[in-house]
Each structure stands twice: as C-alpha cells, then as structure tokens.
Design a protein around this ligand. Structure first.
Ligand SMILES: *Cc1c(COP(=O)(O)O)cnc(C)c1O
Length: 363
C-alpha cells in the first residue's frame, strides 16, 4: 500500500479517547466508579427526551427528517431566531468540521486560544490551515492579543465561552470592542457549550451579534445541560447566508431521528434544565467551600467544571484517584501539569471525590 496523506493531516495528533467506565472498572477490579472527567450531566438524560425517544423507536425504519424541521422550529421559537439562521449538527463537533470545510483553504490562518478546547487545532489542521495559538491571560481568553495576530490570511477566530478548561467568560464590552476591531473577512466562532450554566450577568453571547458586519457563529450543544452527549446533537446559529452554504455540504441526514426527537423534547423540559442548573450551582458552592477548607486553590468558574491546583503531578493524582474509583481529568496535556479538572457530580459523587482526594493528597 502506498498512501499519500497530506502533510497537514499527518501532523494531526491522534485523538486518544477516554476508556469506557466498564473497561476501567474491569482493569482496576473496582465497581461503581464515579466519572467527573467529561463535564457530562450527572442526572442522566432529560426524562422528557427519554419518553419521546421511546415513542419514536417504532418509526426507525424510516430515514430521519433531513431538514430537522421540528427541532429547528423549536430552537427558533425558544431562541427568537429565524430558522434560516440555524444549522443542526451531529454534535457541535460536526459544525466545527463543516465550518472548516466551507471557510478554510490551505495556508489560511485560524486564531485559537490556549489552553482551550483541543479540537480547534484539529479543525484548522484538517483543512491545511495554520493554527495561530494565543495564550490565555490570567486564565481568560486574551482578546487584545488575538486581535494583534490578525493578518489578511486570518479566516477564523475561536472563542470558547465559557472557556474549557478554565471556566472563564468574556464580557459584553470587551467582546464588542473586539468585534469592532476585526476586519470583515474574519469569521468569529463562539463555542457556547456551557453557556446554560453561566451565572455572570456580564457574560456575552455570540447570538446577540447576528447583525454584525462580520459573521459571528455561535455553537451550542445538547451534550451538556440537556444530558444527551451520547446522542450527538448540536447546533450553530449564524447569518442565513453562511447557513445556506453549510446546508449544501453537510451530510443530508447528519442528525439521526432519535437525536432530533430527544433534543426537541429536551428543549421543552424546563424542569430538568432548572434542576440541572441548580444541582451544578449547589455542587460548585459546596465543592469550593470544602476545597478551600483544605487549603487548595480552585479557579472561579461559570461552567459545570473547574480547575483545582493539586500542587503536585496531576497525572499522579489522576492515577491515584482512579484506584479509589474516581475519574478526574489531568490537565497535563493542556499545559497545566499541577491542575486537575473535575465537573460537578451528584451530591454523593462530590462526596466520594472529596473522600478520595483526602486519601490521595493525605490531607
Ligand atoms: C463538550 C464540548 C462541546 C460539545 O461537543 P458536542 O460535539 O456537541 O458533544 C463543544 N465545545 C466544548 C468546548 C466542549 O467542552
């Protein structure tokens, strides 16, 4: 075999998926482990979504609705948008790939904050575009420094708001100054995967800037607050002119029937939404108080996860926590060798985490 793989593709680091909990438990000889590593919803999926999927099962011999009519209409109503401004995706990951496909050419530049979501670099590299990496400043995305890196080749700028993994947000004024200074050939992509958890009134949403002179794309997902990560449903909100281009190249059935049905029901499940938000906020308040008592630094967050400075190798802490059946995320590969990231779990899971941490750190 002689494969000629483009150099840009060869340069992409292989994605290392986390081991399924079942595999980990078997390897370590443990049971009922607690996973706080992927920012998932600990309450499970929205019950209204589960009920709606049950009813849809007998229709699975049919192809999905390729236009996602019901879900798009429900989103348009909920968000007060024109359906033509909404594009559904097989998770928001799908939208990242679609944006790269329609907007990027070899040699184009994509400005990316770091540490942030690792997929932004992959998105740029997959189109043979050049990731221009701009470090955070005091754990926040540095809009000024990003502006300074704009050139005539800049096609896309990523803002993760709240930022994964630091949990910080951009304020309205700072974002507006940033937008006003950007040339019109730049597309701003605001990834709002955790927006529904935000408590800070000053936090900006990309959705407020659909009429800006340059294209602002906002990405949202059903994977986090709606508890549907396994189904893969996300959406992008963008000027209709860009949405129309993406519709031409997306897979005709990129969101499956169960995903569409579940997401439509989840949007109406305000009780589950409120319950998740309250659980996360109560959990954050408890965990911060408990960790502070232990003398550990936790970074303030607007999301359902946060960083903890464990003052030693995060990899070692991750491994040791694993043996106590608690899965956390080491931030070593994000450039924070002494930080771990956890998401809020159920009250008993938060307790298990604190007990395991006490044993591991010998507090
Ligand atoms: C979890 C997450 C997403 C959501 O991805 P999906 O493909 O919709 O599951 C997007 N962006 C960030 C930063 C995330 O952490």
């Amino acid at each position: 075999m002689k494969l000629s793989i483009p150099a840009a593709i060869e340069s992409i680091a292989p994605y290392v998926p986390g081991k399924p909990m079942e595999t980990l438990e078997r390897e370590l000889g443990i049971s009922d482990s607690v996973k706080l590593a992927s920012n998932e919803n600990p309450l499970g999926p929205s019950p209204m979504a589960v009920a709606a999927m049950g009813k849809a099962l007998s229709g699975l011999n049919r192809y999905p609705d390729g236009a996602g009519y019901e879900l798009t209409a429900q989103l348009a109503e909920t968000l007060q948008l024109d359906p033509a401004q909404i594009v559904l995706g097989n998770g928001s990951d799908d939208l990242l790939a679609l944006l790269a496909r329609v907007l990027l050419q070899p040699g184009d530049e994509v400005i990316i904050p770091a540490p942030s979501f690792l997929l932004y670099s992959t998105t740029a590299l997959s189109a043979d575009a050049r990731p221009v990496v701009v470090p955070l400043k005091a754990m926040k995305i540095d809009l000024e420094a990003m502006l300074a890196r704009v050139t005539p080749r800049t096609r896309m700028v990523f803002i993760c708001n709240p930022n994964n993994p630091t949990g910080t947000v951009a304020g309205r004024q700072d974002f507006e100054r940033f937008l006003a200074a950007l040339p019109e050939h730049v597309v701003v992509v605001v990834d709002e995967a955790y927006f529904e958890f935000v408590r800070d009134d000053g936090c900006v949403s990309g959705m407020a800037y659909l009429d800006a002179p340059l294209a602002v794309v906002t990405l949202r997902t059903f994977s986090k607050i709606y508890g549907l990560a396994g189904l893969r449903v996300g959406y992008g909100v963008m000027p209709a002119q860009l949405a129309e281009i993406i519709h031409r190249v997306r897979m005709p059935f990129n969101v499956n029937t169960l995903g569409q049905v579940a997401a439509t029901a989840a949007l109406k499940d305000t009780q589950f939404f409120d319950q998740t938000r309250a659980l996360v906020h109560q959990g954050l308040d408890l965990l911060y108080a408990e960790l502070k008592q232990r003398g550990l630094t936790c970074f303030p967050t607007q999301a359902n996860f946060f960083l903890i400075d464990v003052q030693q190798s995060a990899e070692a802490v991750f491994q040791a926590m694993l043996r106590h059946g608690v899965i956390v995320r080491s931030m070593n590969s994000y450039g924070y060798p002494n930080y771990i990231r956890i998401n809020v779990g159920l009250p008993e899971e938060n307790r298990r985490f604190l007990d395991a941490l006490d044993k591991v750190l010998k507090i």
